[in-house]
Design a protein. Structure first.
Ligand code: 13P
Length: 253
């Protein structure tokens, strides 16, 4: 059984006090929800404080990026060990905004994924096509490239700790979510790729989130699809009520 995982990617939003307020509210709203794994991914500057709020609760902490070296002269970067030290269990890697604005390639993503796993963090690895790629029929080839190369050379054991987030770039922050059919088609395709790379048992065990304009009113439809195992939520994770409602509405009946 794959446990539903809903992660809130706060992106570059919320200063320290705002982060503390939001985390406290989310924690209060979700105190009795055990069926779903809820993860908060605040900016680096708030990780430590949010970590203290969610420690010993049912809510997990995640970072939005990491660097692959352990330590040293890499000004501005944050290592996986540092993330672990403030209580992170997850780290988002290869978000389309990192790929688009910061030049992250599959090769870089792969290095970060391996470093995260080596330090005991669980990576949430983002893949997804741009609008023009979808329009020109390249969706599956882009996804294949992202999945095979971002996740290259992972052991079976490591792959089982990894979450994949399918985030079509055209659905991010646009208010236009993929339909449940569009999401399922790609999620199923990703599971097929995992079967080819490993085996059916592994493919059945890995969780695949959908991301892109997820809201409390569309999560029910999306989560009803057999291969959709959760969501990576941007805008709607910035308000405690909407994030908590997404988590609650994702409980598969
Ligand atoms: P939105 O939910 O704001 O579309 O963002 C999705 C996303 O990029 C999450 O990582």
């Amino acid at each position: 059984m794959r446990k539903i995982i809903i992660a809130g990617n706060w992106k570059m939003n919320k200063n320290l006090q705002e982060s503390i307020d939001l985390a406290n509210l989310v924690k209060r709203n979700l105190y009795n929800v055990e069926e779903v794994e809820a993860v908060l991914c605040p900016p680096f500057t708030s990780l430590s404080d949010v970590g203290e709020i969610v420690v010993n609760s049912n809510i997990k902490l995640g970072a939005q990026d990491c660097y692959w070296e352990k330590e040293g002269a890499f000004t501005g970067e944050v290592s996986c060990g540092m993330l672990k030290s403030v209580g992170c269990e997850y780290v988002i890697i290869g978000h389309s905004e990192r790929r688009q604005f910061f030049g992250e390639t599959n090769e870089i993503v792969n290095k970060k994924v391996k470093a995260a796993l080596q330090s005991g963090l669980k990576p949430i690895v983002c893949v997804g096509e741009k609008l023009e790629e979808r329009k020109s029929g390249k969706t599956f080839s882009v996804i294949k490239d992202h999945v095979e190369n971002s996740l290259a050379d992972l052991t079976r054991e490591d792959m089982l700790k990894t979450v994949i987030a399918y985030e079509p770039v055209w659905a991010i922050g646009t208010g236009v979510n993929a339909t449940k059919e569009q999401a399922e088609e790609v999620h199923k395709y990703i599971r097929g790729l995992l079967k080819d790379m490993y085996d059916e048992e592994l493919a059945d065990a890995v969780r695949i989130q959908y991301g892109g304009s997820v809201k409390p009113d569309n999560i029910k439809e999306l989560i009803s699809e057999p291969d959709v195992d959760g969501a990576l939520v941007g805008g709607a994770s910035l308000k405690a009520d909407s994030f908590a409602d997404i988590v609650k509405n994702s409980i598969k009946k």
